[in-house]
Design a protein around this ligand. Structure first.
Ligand SMILES: Cc1ncc(COP(=O)(O)O)c(C=O)c1O
Length: 383
């Protein structure tokens, strides 16, 4: 008998973290998907005040009713009639995802996952005892999955499909026609849709397109305050669905994962949503400028082709240097003082790409891009 579970032994550290751990302090880091802002001042004040006011206790498992009602109301543009019963506060989007796989997946079931992917999805499915089946989201299709690929992969064991728009790592977003096709696919096969929409408020050139309120009720939305309110360290998120029975199961499961989430922080987030509701728009406006800057720079470099992402905080250019894979390239860039993630850390179709998180100032983006250009010129013999 081994000392550790197959579950633990079967999961590996992610490639993104590996690069991060190799980097020195003086690198220009496009590594982690973490906004470089601080949360709005009201969040910190209200958190402090809530603790002073004695909000240091367990809350109900699903979270404070007033916060849940406020969140439900914030989705009224997508679906009206939602209330607190449709929301479960979680301790991050990461917690929300694990909850959903544990709630929906039986051993032997499979789940359709995007590839390139946010690296938690596959291991989460395997922790739940299921199998991950990856569907491609390729550069040549603007990182949008093709329903013909989904049809070829779905089988009688498939119970759910995860969609992630805006996407980490590709920045891919959907239009409503594409969303409707993907929704129709899920409906046809009676699949749950887990829709990871943690970047819903960081969109640049049009409104966010949600799977919620689009005519199918087997949709569970994952969301988080990490990116939109620059609170990655707070670990607060939520699950939202109009499906009453699913919410009951989700809330029951959440009890066994964490009992409830942080009391004082829930009060602080309620105050933040009430008093700094436009903060995510400020975040998105800054990221839009950075997106424009980094895409223009990358597209002017030899060997690089980059789509203009319409959301999230990443670019995922194709970078071609003969004889080098994305890991080699990322290591060369690291030697020259730039940290980014090899595309292969996000799955096999990420090979040939690099991921740059534009979570640093425009000055640092410019300095970093100068270095990337110098490295590519050298590697391609153009200096
Ligand atoms: C697509 C996606 N989903 C979920 C998460 C989890 O966010 P958190 O656990 O900080 O709420 C992230 C974080 O990078 C992400 O990129």
């Amino acid at each position: 008998m081994g000392d550790f579970s197959d579950r633990a032994l079967g999961i590996q550290p992610t490639g993104v973290r590996k690069m991060f751990d190799l980097a020195g302090d003086d690198v220009i880091s496009f590594g982690l998907g973490e906004p470089d802002f601080q949360p709005p001042a009201i969040a910190i004040e209200a958190f402090h005040q809530a603790m002073l006011d004695g909000k240091n206790k367990y809350t109900t498992t699903a979270g404070l009713p007033a916060l849940r009602a406020k969140i439900a109301e914030s989705w009224a543009t997508y679906q009206t009639g939602l209330d607190e019963s449709n929301v479960c506060i979680t301790m991050s989007g990461t917690n929300a995802l694990l909850n959903l796989f544990l709630t929906l997946v039986n051993p032997g079931d499979n789940v359709l996952l995007p590839e390139p992917y946010f690296p938690l999805y596959g291991p989460d499915v395997s922790i739940a005892g299921g199998d991950a089946t990856y569907y491609p989201c390729l550069f040549e299709h603007e990182f949008i999955p093709q329903v013909s690929d989904l049809e070829a992969l779905v089988d009688e064991r498939t119970v759910a499909i995860l969609y992630n728009f805006p996407s980490n790592p590709t920045g891919g977003t959907l239009d409503t026609t594409q969303r409707d096709e993907m929704l129709a696919f899920a409906k046809k096969h009676d699949l749950w849709i887990i829709s990871d929409e943690v970047y819903d408020r960081i969109v640049f050139d049009g409104p966010h397109v949600s799977f919620l309120g689009a005519g199918y009720d087997k949709v569970l939305v994952v969301n988080s305050f990490s990116k939109t309110f620059a609170m990655t360290g707070w670990r607060m998120g939520y699950i939202l669905s109009s499906h009453a029975q699913a919410m009951q199961q989700v809330i029951k499961m959440q009890y066994y994962i964490a009992a409830c989430s942080n009391d004082a922080m829930q009060h602080a987030i309620l105050a933040t949503i009430e008093q700094a509701s436009d903060y995510p728009d400020m975040v998105a406006a800054e990221f839009k400028q950075r997106r424009d800057l980094i895409v223009n720079r990358l597209n002017s470099m030899p060997g690089v082709e980059c789509h203009k992402p319409q959301g999230a905080i990443y670019v995922f250019p194709k970078v071609t240097v003969p004889g080098m894979n994305s890991q080699d390239l990322a290591m060369e860039l690291l030697k020259d003082g730039v940290l980014c993630s090899p595309g292969s850390a996000f799955g096999p179709s990420g090979e040939g790409h690099l991921r740059f998180a534009y979570t640093i100032s425009q000055e640092d983006i410019t300095r970093g891009m100068d270095k990337v250009e110098t490295t590519l010129n050298r590697l391609l013999g153009m200096d």
